[in-house]
Design a protein around this ligand. Structure first.
Ligand code: ADP
Ligand code: ADP
Length: 226
């Protein structure tokens, strides 16, 4: 686990108007911060700079005490959870969760210990031998989170993970993600354009508009002071 510190972050694509313009946000160790705002306000760009899929034009980004501007994505130890979960359809839940450990060459008994511990946390024990196609959307999301847990990622990054789900499942998943994040205590940055998600999921909400940070406050403060 680690804090994520963004200081005066700017992103320009070509010579256009900055997509992200002088944004500073400190995400504390274990904190859950939501990035919210209308389409095109720069949320995904900010997330992609954190994970390393986009270069930072100027400003400083720290993960824990490491300055990441020049770190390759694979050196950042972050776990991104996408809308489509990116699970391997031909592998069981067990092997999907085990995948990063196998890749790292872990021994079978270590793999087994970590996969079972993650499955316990995520309440997936009874589904370990299933394939992703036999799981609900919520269960698939948990498998994707399991892969992040076993490799001890420093932080979770979510990019609109619920936007493809129907309203009922979205409600269930909101409750579930918030509960799991608290239980795991893992630093989390979560992008959404959904007001309900913004006001119910996180510890703090960062409101972006045309690349500029408008507000950074708890949901309570935003509710009292819209
Ligand atoms: P959001 O995630 O809030 O919808 P984005 O971060 O995707 O916003 O986009 C912010 C701004 O940057 C938009 O004006 C968008 O058109 C622009 N943008 C995003 N990606 C690129 C890109 N690869 N090349 C050029 N402009 C981009
Ligand atoms: P590669 O085949 O080199 O891994 P990708 O485009 O799939 O190419 O990813 C480039 C880098 O971006 C990866 O090495 C990884 O560090 C980072 N990355 C991609 N997807 C994720 C993800 N889901 N979570 C964390 N980092 C990711």
């Amino acid at each position: 686990m680690a804090s994520i510190s963004m200081s005066h972050i700017v992103k320009k694509y070509g010579d256009g108007f900055p997509a992200v313009n002088d944004v500073s946000i400190d995400v504390a160790d274990g904190e859950f911060v939501i990035l919210v705002g209308p389409s095109g306000c720069g949320k995904s760009t900010l997330l992609r700079m954190i994970v390393g899929l986009e270069d930072i034009t100027s400003g400083d980004m720290l993960i824990g005490d490491r300055r990441v501007n020049e770190l390759a994505p694979r050196e950042r130890n972050l776990a991104m959870v996408f809308q489509n979960y990116a699970l391997y359809p031909h592998l069981t839940v067990y092997e999907n969760i085990a995948f990063p450990l196998r890749l790292a060459g872990a021994k079978d008994d270590e793999v087994d210990k970590k996969v079972r511990a993650a499955a316990e946390t995520l309440e997936l024990n009874e589904h370990l031998e299933r394939k992703p196609s036999n799981l609900s959307g919520g269960q698939r999301q948990r498998v994707a989170m399991g892969r992040a847990i076993v490799r001890n990622a420093d932080a979770f990054l979510f990019d609109e993970p619920l936007s493809n789900l129907d309203a009922k499942l979205r409600g269930q998943m909101r409750t579930e993600i918030s509960r799991l994040q608290k239980r795991m205590g893992i630093t989390t940055v979560y992008v959404t354009h959904d007001q309900i998600e913004a006001m119910t999921l996180g510890d703090r909400v960062a409101v972006l508009k045309r690349g500029v940070l408008q507000q950074l406050a708890t949901p309570r403060e935003l509710y009292d002071n819209p």
